[in-house]
Ligand binder design. Structure first.
Ligand SMILES: C[S@@+](CC[C@H](N)C(=O)[O-])C[C@H]1O[C@@H](n2cnc3c(N)ncnc32)[C@H](O)[C@@H]1O
Length: 272
């Protein structure tokens, strides 16, 4: 059930010398120019922020440190921001970020979309969670999803299965950004036409090439695209090897997909 944030999560008591909630919003600033008073968002969080249409009411589900809500508020990129988390410890961390950054975004405790009323948020952000967890949260909160405009998601694992699940659930993926942050690589998907959402069952089986390499991925710049494809090639080849003895047919299917990914790599390398 929906639980309101406890008293320790009340906004408005910014530290002396910190940014005050009613300071002018620096909309239109470059990311480096946004004064936060806390750790700066890295490329992954900035990629999420970039997909939020200006003036939205954003709910950041599983907000943890609360840096995304703080950035969206300080940069003037959202009309209203709600951060929620199922962990009281994470929410306390987000509350500290709110104080240090002088922000006033709301914080709510609860599982998935339970802390939200349908229609309250136009953009749902679910980042840093497993693909299956994101699918489960969206499925359990269908009324909230159906009344939102966009979902910006960044699955940490099971990316191809997540793409297939989204398609089977009648969600339209409109953008997919490949983000490189240090040695790590992330994918940020923007899902639209949420009113059509018809949650499908999660299928953990590996997918075919169509959910490994989508047309939207090809819009990314070649360096990022190649890094993504090489990562997926290694992963699919590794899955194939690990299954070779016990599940030879599945291993062969994985090997075929790995070869198809390799062909994509060669074709992109040939063009650049
Ligand atoms: C790895 S952190 C990601 C934090 C942030 N979203 C990011 O991308 O940097 C995952 C957070 O999601 C929260 N979480 C996990 N499952 C959740 C659920 N079902 N509902 C709400 N929050 C959840 C955890 O408590 C944790 O704070």
């Amino acid at each position: 059930m929906r639980q309101k944030a406890g008293p320790d999560l009340t906004p408005g008591d910014a530290k002396p010398g910190g940014l005050k909630p009613d300071d002018p919003k620096p909309g239109g600033l470059k990311p480096d120019e946004v004064k936060l008073g806390v750790a700066r968002p890295g490329a992954r969080l900035l990629a999420l922020a970039k997909r939020v249409p200006g003036g939205s009411t954003v709910a950041d589900i599983g907000t943890d440190h609360g840096i995304l809500p703080a950035y969206l508020e300080r940069a003037g990129l959202a009309r209203r921001v709600i951060g929620s988390d199922s962990s009281a410890g994470s929410l306390a961390s987000a509350a500290r970020t709110r104080i240090r950054s002088g922000c006033s975004f709301e914080l709510r405790l609860g599982y998935g979309l339970e802390p939200l009323e349908p229609g309250e948020a136009s953009v749902l952000v679910l980042a840093g969670l497993g693909g299956q967890t994101i699918a489960e949260i969206l499925s359990a909160g269908r009324p909230v999803v159906a009344m939102a405009h966009l979902a910006v998601v960044q699955p940490m694992k099971d990316l191809p299965q997540f793409r297939r699940w989204a398609e089977c659930s009648r969600l339209t993926t409109v953008t997919e950004d490949i983000v490189i942050e240090g040695r790590r690589i992330y994918n940020v998907l923007t899902l639209a036409e949420l009113c059509r959402f018809a949650p499908a069952a999660w299928d953990a089986l590996e997918t075919g090439i169509e959910h490994e390499v989508t047309r939207l991925l090809l819009d990314n710049e070649p360096v990022a695209l190649l890094r993504y494809l090489q990562t997926r090639y290694r992963l699919r080849s590794g899955i194939s090897s690990s299954r070779a003895a016990a599940r030879p047919e599945e291993a062969r299917a994985d090997q075929i997909v790995a070869l198809q990914i390799e062909q994509q790599i060669q074709s992109i390398e040939g063009r650049h």
